[in-house]
Design a protein around this ligand. Structure first.
Ligand code: TRH
Length: 371
């Protein structure tokens, strides 16, 4: 399979690093590929994977060579397969070296995830470089078999099922985190961008007839949640308890998603992990200019609600839209509660179709081998 280079520019948050690191690890672990990850900011990477030292210019971890990408690169030999992620642009000298290589490397731009239909027509299309004898191919992750698919490790679903079937593993996990969700409570994980719908939701949880236990990995919402509760370290009001957690490493975060009854996720990578967790989810999509994300959200909801009856579908759509600041209605927790069990069943059935699709990394490897 030769050598692969992945280029990652961190725009903000954790998602760019999260996607690139997951892909790099899987290429090395499951396909035996020699991978170099060039990344311009190692801090989000070391938050996700604490064995990685954010201060090192070069290091090896999980059989991946991680290199700090700063400015133009020193003279390096280009790999056989070059993955530019999220149109981050390649260093000019590296591009020139690619053009001089014989044969020229395969060059792919790994795009953002979208459920929009046009993605299916654009996946795999070439784009010749305007000056150099190189061709870039667009590689779109997606939810259809004619797209690039989704990142999913080979053992992910089996590990998740084993964990969800084992009270022992779940109890050990909560102990590891130093917490103990009360029996009978709805367990919720919360990861989102700042969100105007949050205070009303916290209020609804506090008066929910069933206790709500909300796990909150340390991030942007801590300040607003702390303000909602007022002074003090214990975040408890009425039937709601919020359990602050540290920002978890990637493997623990997966287990948190598997252990909860409902997961609030955001961006791209946590969203995909929550899908694979097999539990209902609520997605805070990454906000874009000109409300482009509204179209993306609708495309996913259309796909996700297929097969769901009209009444439950309306409740789900309204909740997701309200959580994303779309429309006038507040996120209606009591309506959500009424269809929780139905949505959990729907999610499991819906996921079967996705599970049957080839994962993104295997699709990339196949793509690379077609000369
Ligand atoms: O952090 P995000 O918002 O990331 C991004 C960026 O905004 C990026 O610019 C944009 O391109 C992309 O979204 C769509 O959300 P995301 O994608 O879910 O990434 C979060 C990562 O952090 C994911 O890999 C899961 C991981 N994570 C942990 O490892 N531990 C944790 O405790 C939590 C809460 C998340």
């Amino acid at each position: 399979m030769g050598r692969w280079d992945i280029f990652c520019a961190v725009i903000d948050n954790f998602g760019d690093a999260g996607v690139c690191w997951r892909l790099a690890r899987q290429l090395a672990a499951e396909h035996g590929i020699a991978v170099r990850l060039w990344i311009d900011d190692l801090r989000p990477l070391s938050a996700i994977w604490p064995d990685i030292d954010a201060g090192l210019a070069r290091q090896s971890c999980c059989s991946v060579e991680i290199c700090k990408w700063s400015g133009d690169l020193p003279a390096v030999e280009p790999a056989d397969m070059v993955i530019e992620t999220f149109a981050c642009g390649l260093p000019a000298a590296y591009l020139a070296a690619m053009a001089a290589a014989e044969p020229a490397p395969r060059w792919i731009n790994l795009e953002y995830l979208s459920a929009e239909n046009w993605v299916r027509g654009c996946h795999g299309l070439p784009s010749p470089h305007p000056r150099l004898p190189l061709s870039l191919h667009f590689f779109f992750p997606g939810f259809y078999p004619d797209t690039g698919g989704l990142l999913r490790e080979a053992d992910l679903l089996a590990s998740r099922r084993e964990f969800q079937a084992s009270v022992r593993q779940q109890t050990a996990f909560w102990h590891e985190l130093g917490c103990e969700p009360p029996n009978g409570a709805i367990k919720i994980s919360l990861f989102a961008y700042e969100n105007a719908a949050l205070p009303d939701l916290l209020q609804a949880w506090s008066v929910c007839p069933t206790p709500v236990w909300c796990a909150l990995p340390l991030d942007r919402l801590n300040a607003s949640i702390g303000a909602w509760f007022g002074a003090g370290n214990i975040w408890q009001r009425g039937n709601l308890t919020v359990q602050p957690l540290p920002f978890l490493d990637s493997e623990r975060y997966d287990r948190l998603l598997w252990a909860c009854d409902l997961n609030f996720v955001r961006g791209e990578d946590s969203f995909v992990r929550a899908l694979w967790a097999g539990r209902p989810l609520i997605w805070h999509i990454y906000p874009q200019q000109d409300a482009a994300h509204h179209v993306k959200l609708k495309a996913f909801l259309d796909l996700y609600c297929a097969g769901l009856d009209a009444e439950n579908s309306a409740i789900l759509r309204e909740f997701w839209q309200a959580w994303n600041g779309i429309g006038q209605r507040p996120a209606d927790w009591s309506a959500w509660q009424t269809c929780r069990a139905m949505l959990a069943r729907h999610h499991e059935i819906w996921l079967e179709r996705l599970t049957a699709q080839t994962d993104l990394t295997a699709n990339l490897v196949k793509f690379a081998s077609i000369g």
